[in-house]
Design a binder for this molecule. Sequence first.
Ligand SMILES: Cc1cc2nc3c(=O)[nH]c(=O)nc-3n(C[C@H](O)[C@H](O)[C@H](O)COP(=O)(O)OP(=O)(O)OC[C@H]3O[C@@H](n4cnc5c(N)ncnc54)[C@H](O)[C@@H]3O)c2cc1C
Length: 396
Amino acid sequence: MTHFDTIIIGAGPAGMMAAIAASFYGQSTLLLEKNRRLGKKLSGTGGGRCNVTNNGTLEDLLAGIPGNGRFLYSVFSQFDNHDIIHFFENNGVKLKVEDHGRVFPTTDRSQTIIKALEMKMLDLGVDIRTGTEVLSVRKNNEIFQIKTAHQLFTSHKVIVTTGGKSYPSTGSTGFGHDIARHFKLAVTEIEAAESPLLTNFPHKALQGISLDDVTLHYDKHIITHDLLFTHFGLSGPAALRLSSFVRGGETVYLDVLPQIDKEELTALLESKREKALKNVLKSLMPERLAEFFAAPYPLKVKHLLPKELEQLIASIKRFPIPITGKMSLAKSFVTKGGVDLKEINPRTLESKKVSGLHFAGEVLDINAHTGGFNITYCLCTGWVSGIQPLAVSRIQ
Ligand SMILES: Cc1cc2nc3c(=O)[nH]c(=O)nc-3n(C[C@H](O)[C@H](O)[C@H](O)COP(=O)(O)OP(=O)(O)OC[C@H]3O[C@@H](n4cnc5c(N)ncnc54)[C@H](O)[C@@H]3O)c2cc1C
């Protein structure tokens, strides 16, 4: 069979959900994916555990989607994060909620999510072709022609879910932007977002340390979230979020203990005068970080001079980290920019200029924080684009 009601290009979260929705509403549906497996990028999210959504309120969702989140009001009124949770639970996936509202499968395995999506597609009769790269999309007499290396498929409706341009090794190379340009739709400037930060931070001792709920300050921006010291610099949600505000050349400040103010920390240290400084700090932070902060000072708290105590507390509460740059688009978690939202009907996700041509997921000019927010808007836009009926004239 080479003719379908709906053809979907790209099997990330947006494309798989679009395929489920289209076939659920009775459309013959073909899903084309150039990788040999489904959901390659999705499998790497949440540290390989698949951060499938976030269980926050609508306000939380919009705060988690700083790049054009408001465009999604209509989408979320049709299908939101709670619908995602119900969808997976109804399809046999047990979920759990972790810190910051992040939702994972209880198996801690991405494959649980990807398999559930695949099984649902197969149940509904979606024709899934992996290892099949789309080379071009054209429209002739209201019919789309989708060319792959070996076949020409036709359809009344096309949903482009090819992702952005970050981590191109997962398949997202910006092909959907080329489709948009072919149909004379505007594409906004493509940039990196949620980028790890580079530092010439000299302290190898800190590599691999991960900190929960610390605060990074830069200028008026204050971000409290988890942070990871890596071999190149800083990663983890706090660094990724701050990456929107720095370019390189700035100094950011880390507060390792934002929940305790300077006075409380001073009082706490003074109450443990007889103890080893390292042990006191170890009760407040990971051991290696405690060793790092304690290293320049005398062994016992009681031997610290008042000036030294002040310096120590200043470094824990406002530790300077010079930023030298950010990871490139290829190594950033998310793409900022994409198909211009002015071109897209926010209720149906159909192109305003080209009827039957829909876009969903990261190919659109929408970007979110990690923590399940990207995957949420990708699954929701996927669903909403999939449920849109074919125009009656096209069915006949
Ligand atoms: C390391 C990493 C960790 C992340 N962690 C999180 C997280 O914790 N929380 C969060 O919310 N987001 C996270 N993200 C972002 C999230 O994974 C993406 O926003 C999301 O996967 C985008 O979904 P999508 O369906 O739009 O596109 P993608 O998942 O990129 O899927 C697009 C698919 O289209 C296919 N394709 C492209 N061109 C063609 C073609 N010509 N023919 C056929 N197929 C094609 C690609 O092969 C690909 O499989 C992370 C991203 C990365 C890289």
